[in-house]
Design a protein around this ligand. Structure first.
Ligand SMILES: [Zn+2]
Length: 451
C-alpha cells in the first residue's frame, strides 16, 4: 500500500488489503515478478558487516559480548538510522528499530541476530538482520505505509559463545532470563553485566526487557537453513514448520572395573560393551518409525579408562529432537526399556536422568501460508521443513505467533567459514520477507480496521 494523505487509517483493511494485493500483483511486462529489496545493496551490507570480527581463513569470530560484536552492533544501528528507523536498545542488549504504522495496533516484529560462533560464517543471523533492514529501505522506496508499526530486531548474543547464555536476548524478551545471569564470569574473569552495560543494557533491569504478550502481532525471522535440504531439492525458499524440541538425558552404565588379563570373558560386567549396545539401540529406536526425528549419543566418559582395565563405568548423553513432543517422549521410553534389557544381558546397570526438555516451537499456520503466498508471488518455489537448529523465534513463540523463512546453505554447511548463500538466494529470502510482512499487515488484526 502506498501512502495516501494520512487520513485513511480508519478506511479499513478492505482498502489496505486490496491495495497491498494490487501492489504485490504488479508484474513487469516480461512477467518477471517485481523485486523490492535490492540484491546488490543487501550483499554489500553483508560484506561490510563481515569486516567486524573477520578471520584470515574467512568468516568471522563476532562472538556475543566482544569488541567485534560491539563494533558490528554500532554498524547495524547506523544502517537502521539511515533507513529512518527510531533505534533503541533494551536492558538485555536487544536492538530495536521502529517504523510507525498508520493504526494503533501491536507491532509486527522481524529480524535475527548478528553475533556468531567462534570461527563462524558471514550468513548465520546476518542474512535475517540485514535482510530486515533492506525490507525497510524497500518499503521507504515504495512509499508503503503499513497499518501496524514495524520493528526490526537484532537479538543479543544468540549463539551464547560466552557465558553459556545462548538465545540470551530473546530469552529475556520471553521472561526466561536466568536469575543473576549478569554475575556470570567467563574464563578470563570478566563479568557478563560489564559487557551488557557497554551494550547499553543492564542485568539488574533485565526483567524490563520482557515483551508483554499482546504487544507483538507477530514475528518473522529470515535465516539460512544451516542444513542441506533446500539445496538438495533445488528449492529457494523453506517455510519452517517449527523449531524442534530437544530432550536430553544423562545416562550412566555401571559395571565392575577389573583386570583385563585375569577376568574371564564370561565373568565380566563391562560397562563399555553395554554402552556400545545402548548407542546402537538409540539409533534403532529413533529409526523405528517414519519421520525426521533424530537421536544422538554425542560423547562418552569411560572410567577408569585404561588399556588394561575392563571399563567399570561409562557416562553418556542421549539427545532426541523432533517437532512432535509426544513422539520424543514415546521414543525416549522405548530407549529406556531397551537399556533395561541390555543391562540384564550385560549384568550392567544403566540409569538415565532427564536433564532438559525444550518444548518444540511450532510456527503459526497462518504465517506459513503468508510466506508461501508471498514466495509464490515472487515466482519462488517453497517447501516446508523443520528447523533442527535453535533460533530466537522459539522464544518469541512463547508470547507471539511466529514464522520463519529459510534460504539454502551451500553444502548444508554452517557455523563454519565455509558457510555460504549466494547473493541471489539471500535476496530471494529478503524479498519473501518483504511480501510476507505486507501480507500479514493486511490480514492480522483485520477486524480492528472495521471498528
Ligand atoms: Zn542463527
Amino acid at each position: 500500500m502506498r501512502i495516501g494523505n494520512g487520513r485513511r487509517a480508519i478506511l479499513g483493511t478492505c482498502l489496505s488489503l486490496l491495495g497491498a494485493v494490487a501492489a504485490l500483483g504488479q508484474t513487469k511486462p516480461s512477467d518477471t515478478p517485481a523485486r523490492h529489496v535490492q540484491q546488490a545493496r543487501l550483499w554489500e551490507t553483508l560484506q561490510k558487516l563481515g569486516e567486524f570480527g573477520k578471520n584470515p581463513e574467512g568468516g568471522v569470530s563476532r562472538v556475543g559480548f566482544s569488541e567485534a560484536d560491539l563494533a558490528g552492533r554500532a554498524y547495524v544501528m547506523g544502517l537502521m538510522r539511515e533507513a529512518g528507523l527510531e533505534v533503541r536498545s533494551d536492558p538485555a542488549g536487544n536492538i530495536f528499530g521502529r517504523r510507525a504504522g498508520s493504526a494503533n495496533l501491536p507491532i509486527l516484529l522481524f529480524g535475527s541476530h548478528i553475533d556468531s560462533v567462534p570461527h563462524g560464517g558471514n550468513f548465520d543471523g546476518d542474512v535475517g538482520s540485514l535482510g530486515a533492514i533492506d525490507v525497510v529501505r524497500a518499503l521507504n522506496e515504495q512509499k508503503v505505509r503499513t497499518r501496524h508499526p514495524l520493528e526490526v530486531v537484532v537479538w543479543a548474543n544468540e549463539e551464547g559463545g560466552r557465558y553459556y547464555a545462548g538465545l540470551f536476548g530473546s530469552s529475556a524478551a520471553a521472561g526466561l532470563a536466568p536469575e543473576n545471569v549478569g554475575e556470570r564470569r567467563d574464563d578470563a574473569g570478566e563479568k557478563l553485566n560489564d559487557w551488557l552495560k557497554r551494550m547499553g543494557g543492564d542485568a539488574s533491569r533485565i526483567k524490563e526487557a520482557r515483551i508483554a504478550p499482546g504487544s507483538v502481532a507477530g514475528y518473522v525471522e529470515l535465516h539460512i537453513e544451516q542444513g542441506g535440504t533446500l539445496e538438495e531439492a533445488g528449492i529457494p525458499i523453506g517455510v519452517v514448520q517449527g523449531i524442534v524440541g530437544i530432550s536430553s538425558r544423562k545416562c550412566t552404565a555401571t559395571g565392575f572395573a577389573n583386570h583385563a588379563g585375569t577376568t574371564p570373558m564370561n565373568r565380566r560386567q563391562d560397562a563399555l560393551a553395554a554402552t556400545a549396545k545402548a548407542v546402537l539401540a538409540v539409533r534403532e529406536e529413533v529409526r523405528a518409525e517414519p519421520g525426521r526425528q533424530v537421536g544422538t549419543v554425542g560423547w562418552m566418559k569411560i572410567e577408569p579408562g585404561a588399556t588394561n582395565v575392563v571399563p567399570g563405568r561409562v557416562t553418556f548423553p542421549v539427545e532426541l529432537r523432533d517437532l512432535d513432543a509426544q513422539k520424543i517422549q514415546r521414543i525416549g521410553e522405548r530407549i529406556l526399556k531397551r537399556f533395561e534389557t541390555i543391562g540384564r544381558e550385560e549384568e550392567v546397570q544403566i540409569r538415565c536422568e532427564a536433564q532438559d526438555f525444550d518444548e518444540p516451537a511450532i510456527t503459526s499456520p497462518m504465517f506459513r501460508e503468508a510466506i508461501k503466498a508471498a514466495a509464490g508471488e515472487a515466482g519462488l518455489k517453497t517447501m516446508e521443513l523443520p528447523s533442527g537448529a535453535g533460533h530466537d523465534a522459539q522464544n518469541v513463540a512463547r508470547f507471539a505467533p511466529v514464522g520463519m523463512i529459510f534460504v539454502p546453505s551451500r553444502g548444508g554447511i554452517s557455523h563454519s567459514p565455509l558457510e555460504y548463500s549466494s547473493p541471489e538466494q539471500v535476496a530471494n529470502g529478503a524479498e519473501v520477507l518483504y511480501r510476507t510482512i505486507l501480507r500479514l499487515d493486511g490480514t492480522l488484526n483485520a477486524e480492528d480496521a472495521h471498528n
